[in-house]
Design a protein around this ligand. Structure first.
Ligand SMILES: Nc1ncnc2c1ncn2[C@@H]1O[C@H](COP(=O)(O)OP(=O)(O)OP(=O)(O)O)[C@@H](O)[C@H]1O
Ligand SMILES: [Mg+2]
Length: 270
């Protein structure tokens, strides 16, 4: 008799996100992600680096349940990300997703945009009429102070600079009382000082709560400066993963990548 044994998907409690041999496609023919296996521990800053079109945003959409894999398994806090999966809906409220386009409502104020993060837990009808409980408004103001926007809370989102808009998107994500933040290139195209200020802000928030952060970056150097782990994606495949502690690289897993390509990545300041 032939016994077919399936591997058991074992998740250790410190792992919050687990992907096994994940493939993803938008049209069923071309794969935007191929054979991606990765594991993210609670509380870490995990950076995903890769060129334009390499599949970074697709990876975040899969973790958030906005897209389903064509093949392979994904678990986020033990649940399969899928917006029609009831058990995942609870997990989803704990994921602060900051899309590449930020997703701010441009005619709403900084405070109102921040309060959007509280929507999953407030009365739907009241929130429709912009009536939020006082404790939520107090919390939003505290978060705005933390991100340095306390003096701009009444300003409309369209009246803000690029750096300020990103701070509002972070404030909205923190307002969700998240366990995970997925941030898609929120420091790209910012000057050196502002991008470091935003990264410091995320690090500060991480220290206050046991927050897991997955950040998509273009800049390998910035990723190495802030992340505990850095994954490099090329044409949909994870070709490299680096563990970082301070200035040291503590482990190094290479996939299909040459030494020359690794050196080029370090030089890539784009
Ligand atoms: N909605 C979509 N429909 C069809 N193909 C898509 C869609 N979104 C992305 N793709 C394709 O999937 C691949 C990966 O795209 P993705 O947006 O994940 O890349 P990215 O690494 O985030 O790029 P960028 O740095 O430019 O944001 C690309 O080839 C892209 O053209
Ligand atoms: Mg993208």
């Amino acid at each position: 008799m032939k016994v077919i044994s399936k591997p058991i998907q074992k998740i250790s409690s410190k792992t919050i996100i687990q992907m096994n041999d994940v493939w993803a496609s938008y049209d069923g023919k071309n794969y935007s992600l191929k054979e991606v296996t990765m594991s993210v521990d609670r509380g870490v800053n995990y950076a995903v680096v890769g060129q334009s079109g390499s599949g970074k945003s697709t990876l975040l959409k899969l973790i958030n349940g906005m897209m389903n894999p064509s093949k392979g398994t994904i678990r986020v806090d033990y649940q399969t990300p899928n917006i029609s999966n009831k058990s995942f809906k609870k997990v989803m409220t704990k994921i602060g997703y900051i899309p590449q386009t930020l997703g701010l409502v441009k005619n709403l104020t900084v405070l109102e945009n921040t309060l959007m993060g509280a929507l999953p837990r407030v009365d739907k009808l009241k929130s429709f009429f912009s009536v939020f409980p006082e404790n939520e408004i107090n919390d939003a103001n505290k978060i705005l102070k933390m991100v340095g926007l306390e003096n701009k809370s009444e300003r409309k989102a369209y009246q803000l600079s690029g750096g300020e808009k990103r701070r509002v998107a972070i404030a909205r994500a923190l307002m969700q009382q998240p366990e995970i933040i997925l941030a898609d290139e929120i420091v790209s195209e910012l000057d050196h000082v502002t991008s470091h200020e935003i990264m410091d802000l995320i690090t500060e928030a991480q220290k206050k709560i046991n927050l897991t952060v997955i950040m998509v970056h273009h800049d390998m150097n910035l990723a190495l400066e802030y992340a505990n782990r850095v994954a490099v994606i090329k044409q949909g495949e994870k070709i490299l993963e680096i563990g970082v502690e301070g200035d040291s690289i503590v482990d190094f897993q290479t996939g299909n990548v040459t030494q020359q390509e690794i050196l080029e990545m370090y030089d890539d300041k784009s």
